[in-house]
Design a protein around this ligand. Structure first.
Ligand code: GRF
Length: 210
């Protein structure tokens, strides 16, 4: 019997790409039945593109256009074309610093996921680890969620708690949250690739398919 085809991942990132690296490594060792087929970045020279090249994954910079926080129409069309051209099954946001609008999301319904560095719905938006520290919470963490039109508001797939320790700085806390991210993002993507994640409104349920 031939194995089912691997789930095809399109990754978007703007920065260091540590989540991409964790996902790519999990694919390589067979922990996720998927393969990264394209990496796209809105930032020219972003380290995530170097990591993609090293991993042998096709990658390219696509300029975001004239806006600061989102893609303009032309850029959005170019991202959609690149992802559709690569026949992706899932769009994985890995530190992509642009808001994706309805035009983009409608092309990949229920197929765009993100990782956010807090226990949502607490601390959506930028520098969530710093928000948590400034607020004084004792527990924060990270969240894998589907992307909808809000900011960090989509249905939650998986979360992992990270304690805030006495003496934590923004840097030490962020580093520990990122360690947790590198555990749950591959786990969530593995579950999605296996068809184990079912969504009913805001609720997602993991059912192991046998
Ligand atoms: C991660 O910490 C994630 O929470 C946020 O962006 C950061 C990206 O880091 N969405 P990296 O580029 O994966 O290293």
């Amino acid at each position: 019997m031939t194995a089912p085809p691997l789930y095809r991942l399109g990754i978007l990132g703007s920065g260091r790409g540590s989540n991409f690296a964790a996902v790519a490594e999990a694919c390589r060792r067979g922990a996720i039945r998927a393969e990264p087929v394209v990496v796209l970045s809105d930032v020219e020279g972003a380290y995530i593109l170097d990591r993609a090249k090293e991993a042998g994954v096709p990658c390219r910079h696509i300029a975001p256009g004239r806006f600061r926080t989102k893609l303009d129409e032309e850029a959005e069309a170019a991202y959609v074309a690149a992802l559709e051209g690569a026949r992706v099954d899932l769009v994985v946001l890995a530190g992509f610093m642009r808001i994706l609008k309805g035009g983009f999301l409608s092309r990949f319904p229920g197929k765009v996921v993100n990782i956010h560095p807090s226990l949502l719905p607490a601390f959506p938006g930028l520098e969530a680890w710093k928000q948590a520290l400034d607020y004084g919470v004792k527990l924060t963490g990270c969240t894998v969620h589907f992307v909808d039109q809000g900011i960090d508001t989509g249905a939650i797939i998986q979360q992992r708690a990270v304690p805030v320790l006495d003496g934590d700085t923004a840097e030490t806390l962020h580093a520990r949250i990122q360690e947790a991210e590198r555990i749950i993002y591959p786990e969530s993507i593995a579950a999605l690739a296996n068809g184990e994640v079912q969504v009913a409104g805001r609720a997602t349920v993991r059912r192991v398919v046998v």
